[in-house]
Ligand binder design. Structure first.
Ligand code: ADP
Ligand code: ASP
Ligand code: MG
Length: 442
């Protein structure tokens, strides 16, 4: 299905108030046919998680208090969003419906299944409100129910064939619409139950839809003017990167650049659809274009990923005899724990992981093969750009910036696009600042 449409995704802050919703509406009302993916209004998913937490703890009073508070906030949004009393009433009814539904889950057994239903309400509400607003403005907009086409398979991975087919059916039901609005984040799983694509997963929805309809472009609209060359939450004076290769963007997203969900790159890359990161607060800013093109000879950006644990296995015996690494990796595989970084030497191997759910079992198993040590509260710093091995000088520059910081591991040569350092979390800020200074200060 080559629709040539654009897919535009607006994140939580972009639709975080009635005023912001109106600004988004203005941005999308240009009569160009498009698919618009919305997140829940900012703070909503976190609040729904909090409500679920009370229900897991069998405290329906605690849950109800938060439900009432959130509902009151939404009543205020409705009041500000619509002009006419007719639409104000429609909006209030929509809110009432969703909140009554949430309340109906406070009475019985509460499991992961019920939590997912509750988490889905955020996106269902934001898209419902936007759809009504566009109708009030006389726009020919249609609501596409994500729960009818977005689906994961038995491994929890999106099912692209199903998504394409069902989405096509949905689009064909409304061939004359100008704007299709749909929910980010939410889906059904292989058993038909309501599920989601993990926190921050609306970006993933947008790229899955983009790939399914062969979109001309996928736009991720957020609250900053594109991917910055360092984490703006940690370092001052960062600046936007104009162009990234898909692989550079994937490394940055995976290693902590929150502006993009790491899963979102792959579908766009395989379908070769450019992804543009744009700023709802400053719509004319250039943003960042992510495509299959590389800019030679440039370091683009730095990102950091927290909560990393390093494990070293040291053995004087059979280490690095063939088969040893396989045994080590099999242990991680058997506990479904993926490894981020790996460094080897003649006497030992170090790996880093971020999922410590099975750490104790992993350590027990590894002890069969050598002496095991663990370093917690570590952080991966990832420097991304054209880091092909034949380019001289870039690794040295990055290393030099780390000269005052204790470095636990270094990884280079795994791809053409990055060099990574494992350091203590408490040194993260100093490392990011020093790298910005060394790599990007003119
Ligand atoms: P949304 O709700 O629109 O999905 P997010 O909060 O998920 O927005 O992502 C945008 C935020 O990502 C920015 O406000 C910024 O603080 C953060 N961020 C972290 N690293 C970067 C980076 N390298 N470039 C731009 N933004 C970044
Ligand atoms: N609303 C979901 C979340 O907060 C999905 C998203 O915003 O991308 O995680
Ligand atoms: Mg996000």
């Amino acid at each position: 299905m080559n629709t040539g449409m654009k897919v535009l995704k607006f994140g939580g802050t972009s639709v975080g108030s009635a005023q912001r919703m109106k600004e988004v509406a203005k941005l999308i009302m240009d009569r160009e046919r498009k698919i618009v993916v919305l997140s829940a209004m900012s703070g909503t998913t976190n609040t729904l998680v909090e409500i679920s937490d009370y229900l897991y703890k069998k405290n329906p009073e605690g849950a109800n208090e938060i439900i009432n508070r959130l509902e009151a906030i939404y009543r205020g949004h409705v009041d500000q969003l619509y002009d006419s009393s007719e639409y104000k009433q429609k909006g209030q009814e929509l809110i009432r419906g969703h909140f009554d539904y949430i309340r109906s889950y406070t009475k019985d057994l509460f499991t992961l299944f019920e939590e997912k239903v509750i988490l889905a309400q955020g996106e269902l509400i934001s898209t419902g409100l936007m759809h009504l607003y566009l109708q009030e403005q006389g726009v020919n907009a249609v609501l596409l129910p994500a729960l009818e086409f977005m689906r994961t398979d038995k491994n929890g991975e999106p099912d692209p064939v199903y998504i394409r087919e069902k989405l096509e059916n949905q689009l064909q039901l409304h061939p004359d619409a100008d704007i299709y609005i749909t929910q980010g984040f939410i889906c059904r799983n292989a058993y038909g139950e309501i599920d989601n694509l993990q926190r921050g997963g609306s970006d993933y929805t947008a790229s899955l839809i983009g790939a399914a309809v062969q979109a001309s472009e996928i736009q991720i609209w957020t609250d900053i003017d594109g991917m910055h060359n360092n984490d703006p939450r940690v370092v001052e004076h960062t600046s936007p990167v104009r162009h990234l290769h898909f692989e550079e963007a994937a490394e940055l997203a995976y290693f902590g650049a929150k502006i993009l969900h790491p899963t979102c790159i792959q579908p766009a890359k395989y379908a070769n659809i450019p992804v543009r990161l744009l700023n709802t607060m400053d719509p004319t800013a250039e943003g960042t274009l992510i495509s299959n093109e590389t800019e030679k000879g440039r370091i683009k950006a730095v990102a950091a990923k927290d909560n990393i644990t390093a494990i070293k296995i040291k053995s004087s015996r059979m280490l690095l005899a063939y088969g040893f690494l396989r045994k080590v990796f099999e242990i991680f595989e058997s506990y479904q724990t993926s490894i981020d970084m790996i460094c080897t030497s003649e006497v030992g191997v170090s790996v880093s992981i971020d999922n410590v759910k099975h750490l104790n079992e992993i350590l027990d198993d590894l002890k069969k093969y050598g002496t095991v040590t663990v370093d917690r509260d570590m952080c991966i710093i990832c420097v991304v750009g054209d880091l092909e091995w034949e380019n001289v000088g870039f690794e040295a520059k990055a290393l030099d910036a780390m000269k005052d910081i204790p470095v636990r591991m270094i990884s280079f040569g795994g791809s053409n696009y990055n060099i990574s350092f494992l350091i203590r979390e408490c040194d993260k800020k100093a490392a990011l600042q020093s790298l910005s200074h060394a790599l990007f200060d003119e």
